[in-house]
Design a protein around this ligand. Structure first.
Ligand code: NI
Length: 135
C-alpha cells in the first residue's frame, strides 16, 4: 500500500538575490526587493513528504521521529537564522531563490533518507508563494 507521510518545519533566513555579472540596474529590475544589498529575511515554511509502502509489521511508513531528526539536522541546523548567501556553502555560487532552496533541501534530505522512499519538498517563501520539488 503506497502512502505519503508529511512533516512540517519552519526556518527563518536572510538572503539577497543578485548576479555579479549583471549591473545594479539589471539586478534591481529582475530581483526587485529581494535584491536589497543589505539582505532581508523570510519566514520559510517547509513540508517534507515521504512516499512508500506501509511496513506490515509496524504499520508505519516511516518512523516520524527519524524524519523529524533528519529535518532538524539537514535543514534547521543548516539554514535557520542564517544568511544563506554568506553562511551556507550551497549558495556561495547559487542564487538563494525559493526554487534553489527547495532543490538544496531535497538533495540534503535525499542523501540520508532510506532509498526506498520517494521525497517531495514543498517550500513557502511567503504565505502565497511556494514551490514543490520532487526530484
Ligand atoms: Ni527575498
Amino acid at each position: 500500500m503506497r502512502i505519503t507521510a508529511y512533516r512540517k518545519a519552519h526556518f527563518n533566513a536572510a538572503h539577497r538575490l543578485y548576479r555579479q555579472d549583471w549591473d545594479d540596474k539589471k539586478n534591481a529590475a529582475i530581483f526587485g526587493k529581494c535584491n536589497n544589498p543589505h539582505y532581508h529575511g523570510h519566514n520559510y515554511d517547509l513540508t517534507v513528504g515521504v512516499t512508500g509502502d506501509i511496513d506490515p509489521e509496524t504499520g508505519y511508513l516511516i518512523d516520524l521521529k527519524i524524519l523529524k531528526d533528519i529535518i532538524k539536522k539537514e535543514v534547521e541546523n543548516a539554514l535557520d537564522h542564517k544568511n544563506l548567501n554568506l553562511e551556507v556553502p550551497e549558495f556561495k555560487e547559487l542564487n538563494p531563490t525559493v526554487e534553489n532552496i527547495a532543490v538544496v533541501i531535497y538533495n540534503k534530505i535525499k542523501r540520508v533518507l532510506d532509498e526506498r522512499f520517494e521525497l517531495e519538498i514543498t517550500l513557502y517563501e511567503t504565505p502565497r508563494n511556494f514551490v514543490v520539488y520532487k526530484g
